[in-house]
Ligand binder design. Structure first.
Ligand code: GMT
Length: 375
């Protein structure tokens, strides 16, 4: 049964926006009608093939001299109402609690027509932003008043329950399209930023403090002291300049390449030998999963949901991000042992295909929608 779904999400490169967009596109391919709502078109929507059942509705926030802070959450709620009334949307799917869940609940109350709200929690909406005292009561309200709640890992579900935000939370893991994200030859791309025989370490993020780009650079500096190597930094954010400064301080500035924000990430990932993600907190670690699908083992922190994705010593390396030296020495050992490296790269790919391929998890979202419509 085809369902009409409105997806409220962030349009940026961050994981929640990526999952929301990939989910919407996959659902559209399965015949559902998808309406994305955000303040700009989601990044991953750009360049996608034309699908007649995919719509984007820009949430416009009108400025007014009285408004020091134009109320985006109200504009989003109003847009959701408009989209439901115009297109007969049956489900409002909020990705990220703040403010999307609250706006969706408000829209449902305004409509009063039985439309259902499903909220998907992604991590920082519960563990960081949502816990800020300026947002906590509203975050709790949005989550509790949703008709259904999903979380992207068991760890995040447990953290949410601990905060008494909601008890009935279904875990629906993040997923990856393992046909698009796959190992591929990339001599040409590599040649731009690395020489033959050099190892390439890669970090992709929004360079916020939670991603610990300082640890990324510290790990790399030790690897670079042990073997010819390069560090590629993809993405942008407040900590990027600091990471580059640290690299210069540690004497590896000329081996670090900031590539900026890139769209075709599936073409860059397979060029790396290792993917670094030593975050302070990570509810799932979608970037690590995308690397694994490309046959690139992650070197990541053993926090949050990452141990549910990466099996330490099998499909990647997990450790304490405050012990960069330990993570670095395990990375060096792996890179020096070709047989062990090949086995880990193959295990990483296999784990992504067998446990996190999108075909497995899209069906779980469809089932959640069905249950809501029948309730
Ligand atoms: O990691 C970020 O800062 C971005 C953030 C987001 O919401 O866009 O990512 C979160 O959601 C992703 C998709 O579910 C998860 O894979 C990330 O682990 C999670 N980030 C954190 O928990 C820090």
């Amino acid at each position: 049964m085809a369902v009409k779904i409105a997806i409220a999400c962030y349009p940026t490169y961050g994981g929640s926006g990526v999952i929301a967009t990939e989910l919407g596109l996959a659902l559209a391919e399965r015949g559902h009608e998808i309406h994305f709502l955000s303040y700009q078109s989601p990044q991953r929507l750009a360049g996608e093939k034309f699908l007649p059942n995919v719509f984007f509705h820009e949430v416009e926030v009108t400025a007014y001299p009285l408004f020091r802070y134009p109320p985006y959450d109200l504009a989003l709620a109003s847009k959701l109402v408009e989209v439901v009334e115009t297109y007969g949307v049956e489900i409002l799917h909020a990705h990220y609690a703040v403010p999307h869940a609250v706006s969706a609940v408000l829209a449902r109350e305004m409509l009063g027509n039985g439309v259902k709200v499903l909220t998907t929690l992604h991590g920082t909406d519960v563990t960081l932003v949502g816990q800020d005292k300026s947002y906590l009561p509203a975050t709790r309200y949005g989550i509790r008043k949703s008709d259904g709640v999903t979380a992207v890992s068991n760890d995040l579900a447990a953290q949410t329950r601990a905060l008494c935000m909601a008890c009935d939370i279904e875990v629906i893991y993040n997923f990856v399209d393992t046909e698009r994200y796959r190992p591929r030859p990339c001599e040409e791309t590599r040649a731009h930023f690395a020489q033959e025989g050099e190892k390439v370490l890669l970090h992709v993020s929004n360079f916020r403090p939670v991603k610990r780009p300082d640890v990324v650079v510290k790990i790399f500096a030790q690897v670079a002291a042990a073997m010819p190597s390069r560090l590629w930094l993809v993405g942008d954010g407040p900590e990027l300049a600091g990471a580059e400064a640290l690299a210069r301080e540690l004497g590896v500035g000329d081996r670090v390449h900031a590539l900026g924000q890139r769209r075709a990430i599936e073409q860059i990932l397979p060029c790396a030998d290792l993917f670094l993600l030593p975050s302070a907190q990570e509810s799932f670690g979608l970037a690590a999963l995308e690397a694994m699908a490309c046959g690139v083992p992650p070197v990541a922190s053993n926090v949050g949901g990452l141990p549910e994705v990466v099996e330490d010593g099998i499909s990647g390396i997990l450790g304490d991000p405050d012990h960069a030296d330990l993570l670095a020495s395990r990375a060096i050992e792996l890179l020096q042992d070709q047989k062990a490296y090949r086995a880990m790269a193959a295990a990483a790919r296999l784990r992504a295909v067998e446990h996190f391929d999108r075909s497995i998890w899209i069906g779980r979202y469809e089932a959640a929608y069905r249950r809501l419509l029948e309730s």
